[in-house]
Design a protein around this ligand. Sequence first.
Ligand code: NAD
Ligand code: IPM
Ligand code: MN
Length: 349
Amino acid sequence: TERKNIAVIGGDGIGPEVTREALKVLETVSPGAFNFHEYDLGAERWQRTGEVLPESVLEEIKGVDAIILGAVGAAPGSKSIPSGLLERGLLLKLRFELDHAVNLRPSRLYPGVPTPLAQHVVEGREIDFVVVREGTEGLYCGNGGAVRTGTPQELATEVSVNTAFGVERVVRDAYARAQRRRGKLTLLHKHNVLVNAGKLWNRVFTEVGAEFPDVETNYLHIDAAMIAMVVDPSQFDVIVTDNLFGDIVTDLAAAVTGGIGLAASANINPSGDYPSMFEPVHGSAPDIAGQGIADPTAAISSMALLLDHLGERELAARIDEAVATDIAERGSSRTSTTETGDRIAGRLA
Ligand code: NAD
Ligand code: IPM
Ligand code: MN
């Protein structure tokens, strides 16, 4: 069979460090299946050339079969790189241009993993859920502005964009996923305050639900969901929510299931018109970059999502299994980025 083309964007900070291990594992489970095309996008390129994502590069990337991304962005508070320049200009630009409507973020508490929830973990009630985060709308559209900047009369707005089309396609995806899993779907929003968008999400959630009578549904306000995520996360199967709520809830979800170093994600283009993108949920972690201590597990698990997306279900399951075994065996002992990659690849060799 023909080799698939994969664009690889290591990015900034620990991005390239964890991506290297992810590629190692991917090559081990599917030797020779892929041509990797590396792109040096990120802070360094911007500082050297002023380019964030040149149009020609974007066009090239549109033609590959999938994208692997490490992380982009400088340390919060960086003086040399404006906050959001790389996040908006590179990461979000890819999500928007490639129409990554379904941002999939699974969370599972693996046996043997230390969790701050220890007292809430109940034998026989597993923590295993997936957040379907809308990826192309909401407060992420960059729809806003500022006037009288720097004066006492300064006014700044960010407007959340929600379309029936955008909400429906992500809600439908979430129902279908719930049907394939344990048949439960939870909508997170804040319709007691955000009444306009809230109405739209609620109505679509109910309407699409009529087509999935076997899926049990419920609704939680996002603030109450933060409580539920900590005191009783086993209640969740599939969660669907908007872009910003989804961003926030998935960092918490990661924290309660073993930490941000384990959380994988897929940015899926539902129509198949453009390549989907696979990346850890975490960022460039400037505080530990260059030390060789970043956990590459999230990046590695994202390769399982990539293989699953490309139809290689068995290979994906093999990665998941190797990761689960490694997590159980490593316990709370700290190992280096490369050692972890080597160990997981070693199990798959
Ligand atoms: P972060 O996820 O980079 O780091 C948060 C904390 O988690 C830090 O203490 C970090 O050391 C730790 N951490 C993250 N990944 C880890 C790993 N694999 N192993 C061990 N520890 C890990 O979030 P932040 O500090 O808010 O953001 C840093 C930069 O990354 C910012 O510029 C931000 O915009 C960007 N960012 C990018 C992405 C992305 O590219 N997808 C995601 C989140 C944040
Ligand atoms: C994530 C990140 C991004 C987001 C940022 C870096 C734009 O936090 O992937 O979760 O908010 O989506
Ligand atoms: Mn985030």
